[in-house]
Design a protein around this ligand. Structure first.
Ligand code: PRP
Length: 182
């Protein structure tokens, strides 16, 4: 039912599986003996983080923050808001943030700064997608699943007005979907 609104599939379910496996291997090499905090930025991180977790065969702690910047539209508002802070102290801990996408870089940059300020031993970012053409801040994620062009994508955690997060792949919406609602 949701698929009919999709114009192009950008990352298929098979591609997602391969990407997650590759990232899990790289993350395991670095973190297997560090008992890191795997910090998910809600809500977009959920499918990616859940899939990634299953392939990380070492001790880790999970935590979440709810940070928003898009507020339901198709472009970043430029405003980063912490709706829910994480409950776990990060002082002297290795923190690996899991994100669905880094676009302007504003969200991730402000979260990384905050965690460093709170005394995290290290802060790195694993993002499923990186959209470097959208950057307004100089930020390079440490682990990237796929670099994508400047297009508005939905699925596998990413939404348009809170919809489409539950699509099992990433794709672009047919323009008529967002044009009819704006
Ligand atoms: C999206 C995405 C990233 C951020 C990326 O979150 O999950 O956190 O925007 O954009 P940026 O690099 O331009 O800051 P959003 O604020 O839409 O919240 P959500 O995860 O709940 O959808």
């Amino acid at each position: 039912m949701l698929e009919k609104d999709i114009e192009n599939v950008l990352i298929s379910q098979d591609d997602l599986r391969d990407i997650v496996m590759r990232m899990a291997k790289d993350i395991t090499d670095e973190y297997h003996d560090k008992f890191p905090i795997l910090l998910g930025l809600l809500k977009g991180c959920v499918p990616f983080m859940a899939d990634l977790l299953k392939h990380l065969d070492f001790h880790l702690e999970i935590a979440f923050m709810n940070v928003s910047s898009y507020h339901g539209g198709t472009a970043s508002s430029g405003e980063v808001k912490i709706d829910m802070d994480l409950g776990t102290p990060v002082k002297n801990r290795h923190v690996l943030i899991t994100e669905d996408i880094v676009d302007s870089g504003r969200t991730i940059d402000s979260v990384v700064d905050l965690l460093k300020y709170r005394g995290a031993k290290s802060v790195r970012v694993a993002t499923l997608m990186d959209k470097p053409e959208g950057r307004v801040l100089d930020f390079t994620p440490h682990y990237v699943g796929k670099t994508i062009p400047k297009a508005f994508v939905v699925g596998y955690g990413l939404d348009y007005q809170e919809k489409y997060r539950n699509l099992p792949f990433v794709g672009t919406l047919k323009p008529k979907i967002y044009m009819s609602e704006e």
